[in-house]
Design a protein. Structure first.
Length: 262
């Protein structure tokens, strides 16, 4: 399964822990020896927790407590720890059961009420499910995207107009991809998700490179600048989840003065 393969790769990556951070000081062997020491340390930690099978990608059952212990050894943050539990099918994680739920009428009314802020709704796999007129004006290509490519990550990596409209898009795309990976982990074995990831690998060399890093991150509010025919526009991004539809993600772009982001 894709999640087991991701789990093995994530574990082997040691979550970016350096030898010094776990009390190991590289000797005269240089970078190679330091890398070997780090790998040896984390393998010992993994064996002591009874989770060597995770590193090998085998189907084994590991308790939530053991995974928490491993996360502490590897100094994972909260998002990385949740990602580890999801990859290992930990019972503490609620697995999503639907890739794209229906958008209720009240959600569309909510989008319209947010004007003049561009806003849209994403499903669990980051497909665009609904948007208001302001979002359609800001990103007119959205209406031309068809399933399965009506997706935020696809737009970020495979739609040339997105590259032209965003200011300093490179760093943002890496952050977005890390957030996407964290969100879709429960659906990693879904055939639709697998097909999307395969298509992105073929469409973008940058996606293929960054995907193999297995980075995960939580959403953080940021200011972003767009290039538009009427000049630059700056927005503050916010994400909302409604109690009545927890699988839907509302993304609101609050307009700010153009000089808010220098």
């Amino acid at each position: 399964m894709a999640r087991r393969s991701d789990l093995a790769a994530f574990r082997r990556g040691d979550a970016g822990v350096s030898p010094a951070e776990v009390g190991l000081v590289p000797g005269r062997g240089g970078a190679r020896r330091g890398c070997d020491a780090r790998r040896s340390h984390c393998s010992r930690a993994c064996r002591s927790a009874g989770t060597r099978g995770l590193e090998q990608g085998r189907q084994i059952n590991v308790s939530a407590d053991v995974l928490d212990s491993l996360a502490r050894v590897l100094r994972l943050d909260a998002v990385e720890t949740d990602h580890l539990h999801q990859l290992a099918d930990s019972p503490r994680v609620a697995i999503a059961t639907s890739a794209n739920p229906d958008v209720p009428p009240w959600a569309r009314r909510l989008l319209d009420s947010l004007a003049p802020a561009p806003a849209y709704v994403l499903g669990p796999t980051w497909d665009y499910l609904a948007w208001n007129d302001e979002q359609a004006t800001l990103f007119p290509q959205l209406a031309t995207l068809e399933a399965p490519h009506r997706n935020l990550v696809w737009a970020m990596f495979a739609v040339p107009e997105t590259l032209a409209a965003h200011h300093r898009l490179g760093g943002r795309r890496r952050r977005v991809l890390s957030q996407f990976r964290a969100d879709i982990t429960p659906l990693r074995d879904d055939p639709t998700v697998a097909a999307l990831i395969d298509a992105l690998h073929n469409a973008s060399d940058e996606f293929a490179t960054w995907w193999e890093r297995h980075d995960v991150a939580a959403f953080q509010t940021r200011l972003r600048r767009f290039r538009t025919p009427n000049g630059p526009r700056v927005f503050e991004y916010q994400q909302l989840v409604a109690a009545g539809a927890p699988q839907l993600r509302f993304v609101v772009q609050l307009p700010l003065p153009p000089d808010s982001l220098q």
